[in-house]
Design a protein around this ligand. Structure first.
Ligand code: PEP
Length: 266
């Protein structure tokens, strides 16, 4: 279904640092990315840039972004479903909002696999994020086994439907389609595969939250994105950006991904 694929959505290039870069390294890195993009004349209104550092970096990144008025968004890699209380080791959406986070990644495959996060917990976290005015970046994607057994779309569509269980219409969300087999493997999906699943995800949003929300929701592709392949994904009508892992840790590579519109043939 071609749900308003033609509506203009601001592309988003998001760097998921995972458990890399301490707060001092984060300051140097964010400065370098911002300067390198500014030097290149990047139009931040045309392609939004966001970074997702570890929790312990967020205060430093916030201070830097605010003091130097850097046109970068930032967010956390996870949050608690709870607001406060006896939840040792967890971080509330309220705390993230206090640090001016705009986004929060929810349901990354590493959380689902290594921390046994369920669809139900993902849904609770999405609700918590929205409650604190954070935009959830909801990650969905199939494993190699899922792909073989169920095809490409069934698992990501099911995960998205579950994640939206507590969401009312008009919500501001971002969806990241990240095939698990493509994450950190160097073997990205093809742009056609990404488009096919992104279109199904948009149709699912339309079904659950209505056409207007579907038309404005950004759907990112993630999984071995690099400067050499980003332009091919961004040509697809339902792909509105990328969630970048490994390549987001290299200033030159990340800046080049952000500047995909300048690539030859883009
Ligand atoms: C990720 O972990 O979200 C990711 C997409 O990683 P990579 O770009 O390294 O495949």
């Amino acid at each position: 279904m071609a749900v308003a694929a033609s509506v203009r959505r601001t592309p988003l290039i998001a760097g998921n640092w995972k458990m890399n870069l301490d707060h001092l390294q984060a300051i140097a890195f964010v400065q370098k990315v911002a300067w390198s993009l500014k030097d290149a004349g990047h139009d931040f209104a045309a392609v939004e840039v966001a970074v997702f550092p570890p929790y312990t970096d967020l205060r430093s990144v916030q201070t830097l972004v605010s003091a130097d008025k850097l046109p970068l968004a930032f967010g956390a890699q996870d949050l608690s479903a709870h607001d406060s209380g006896a939840y040792t080791g967890e971080i509330s959406g309220a705390f993230l909002a206090q640090l001016e986070c705009r986004y929060v990644i929810i349901g990354h495959s590493e959380r689902r696999n290594l921390h046994a996060e369920t669809d139900e917990q993902v849904a609770q976290k999405v609700t918590a994020a929205l409650k604190h005015s954070l935009t959830p970046v909801i990650c969905v994607g199939e494993t190699a086994e899922d792909l073989e057994k169920h095809g490409q779309s069934a698992v990501p569509v099911g995960q998205l439907r579950a994640a939206l269980a507590g969401v009312t219409s008009a919500a501001d969300i971002v969806v990241a389609y990240e095939p698990v087999w493509a994450i950190g493997s160097g073997q990205a999906a093809t742009p056609e595969q990404a488009e096919q699943v992104a279109a199904q995800l948009r149709a699912t949003i339309a079904d659950v939250l209505g056409e207007d929300v579907a038309a404005k929701t950004r759907i990112l592709y993630g999984g071995s994105v690099k400067a050499a392949n980003i332009a091919s994904f961004m040509r697809e009508p339902n792909v509105d950006g990328a969630l970048v892992g490994g390549a987001s840790l290299d200033v030159t590579e990340f800046a080049s991904i952000v500047r995909y519109q300048k690539h030859v043939g883009a």
